[in-house]
Design a protein around this ligand. Structure first.
Ligand code: FMN
Length: 397
């Protein structure tokens, strides 16, 4: 994914510089070639030796440092970088870059860069809120620099507010988003559903199913990494939010129906991976049904068939993909579903197959369209997600 990518980290004189060796190390472990350059003031917080040890590359501080053979380092580093991140970015460096000043190694290199550049401002909250700093940030955005929002919290200067450098794992995700995959879904809106819906019986009990949301989340993440603008409508799951994905959390099938139909009209690709409970109590008991559950008479009604609704609404430009979990007659049942619901593709799996279905990190899927049936071997849910997207792009372009 990030293997052999050239990442240039620019470290400036803020206290949060201590976090960057961690980021450099994460990138090296992923097989990146990491170069680090620092300002003179950054040396008050961290040593070049730390970065040189972690990355195996010389950490440049002085633009005029002589090396053998002689090189113009700021131009070399700018032209070989696939991605540049300035973190932490001091108020000072932000001001200098915004105004085209090139009086140190970092600012000189940045002026020569053509690749994506992200800056992570990190400073005391009053410094960050200063209108001069805010104007400089706006100028950088205007010139196409990506600004990583600082986190809010307790700072080294004992103030509480906005201005903290996000943790290295968060910074890593910006680099992953930009470089991990070709952006073949750039400009596309992708709507994914995931997880299980919960239909309340009373304030304590509910009807649900065993879906963990792993497949839907893997699809949303894969689509995001491939450049799509992703909305994820999710029922119950224990999974962590995916950065850069607009996530709408719902409880019941009706909530999911409302959220999905709201976003559907503008979606180019919709993938329904959620396991919606087929039945919901006709009425939710206001008080918990008493002990003798056997006596409780719960009338059930069917929930809305979201996939069928999307099939009805679908235009020729849109692509709708559903999932089908079967225990027998998988192919026949899935093909019937495909036609009945007027959708473009069904991802089928047999719950009896080892490594397939809910909860597992793997899946064994068959991609079914009107024209073809393609059975794939067992693979991780992440790999399945990419195969599903590959197929959709092959069919829809
Ligand atoms: C202990 C200490 C911590 C500092 N932390 C920050 C900081 O987090 N963010 C910031 O913008 N400036 C911070 N400064 C001020 C910068 O170091 C100062 O503006 C310096 O000129 C920045 O130089 P540079 O941008 O060339 O690295 C700090 C200064 C000191 C003494």
């Amino acid at each position: 994914m990030l293997k052999d990518k050239n990442i240039l980290l620019c470290v400036t004189g803020g206290i949060a510089a201590y976090k960057i060796p961690n980021l450099a190390s994460m990138l090296v472990k992923q097989g990146c070639n990491v170069n680090v350059i620092m300002t003179k003031n950054a040396e008050s917080f961290i040593t070049a030796k730390t970065f040189e040890t972690l990355t195996g590359n010389t950490c440049m501080v002085d633009t005029f440092q002589t090396t053998y053979p002689p090189r113009i380092h700021h131009i070399d580093l700018a032209t070989t970088a696939d991605y540049v991140m300035v973190a932490p970015a001091t108020a000072n460096i932000i001001g200098k870059i915004a105004h085209g000043i090139a009086d140190d190694m970092i600012t000189s290199t940045l002026l020569a860069c053509k690749c994506p550049v992200a800056l992570a401002p990190a400073m005391n909250v009053n410094m960050f809120e200063n209108p001069i700093v805010q104007d400089n940030i706006a100028t950088l955005k205007k010139y196409g620099y990506n600004i990583i929002e600082p986190a809010t919290g307790y700072m080294a200067c004992k103030a509480v507010g906005k201005g903290k450098l996000p943790e290295p794992v968060q910074l890593y995700k910006y680099i992953e988003k930009e470089l991990a995959f070709t952006h073949d879904l750039q400009g596309k809106k992708v709507l994914v559903t995931a997880g299980a819906t919960k239909e309340p019986i009373d304030p304590v009990r509910y009807i649900s199913n065993n879906s963990t949301g792993k497949m839907g989340y893997a699809l949303a993440k894969a689509a995001m990494l491939r450049g799509a603008d992703v909305t994820l409508v999710t029922g119950q799951t224990a999974l962590e939010d995916i950065p850069f994905v607009h996530t709408v959390k719902v409880t019941t099938a009706q909530d999911m129906y409302n959220a999905v139909t709201e976003s559907f009209a503008t979606a180019d690709i919709t993938i329904k991976a959620a396991a919606v409970a087929d039945y919901t109590p006709a009425e939710v008991a206001q008080n918990k049904i008493k002990k003798a559950d056997g006596d409780a008479n719960i009338n059930l009604k069917r929930t809305k068939d979201i996939l069928k609704e999307l099939g009805n609404r679908k235009t020729d430009k849109q692509f709708v993909c559903g999932f089908s979990m079967e225990t027998e007659n998988m192919l026949e049942n899935s093909k019937e579903k495909l036609v009945k619901k007027n959708i473009d593709m069904i991802v089928a799996n047999n719950l009896k197959t080892e490594g397939a279905g809910f909860g597992t990190d793997t899946n064994v899927i068959t991609l079914i369209t009107k024209e073809s049936t393609e059975q794939l071997p067992i693979m991780s849910k992440e790999e399945c997600a990419h195969k599903i997207i590959d197929k959709i792009l092959e069919l829809k372009g």
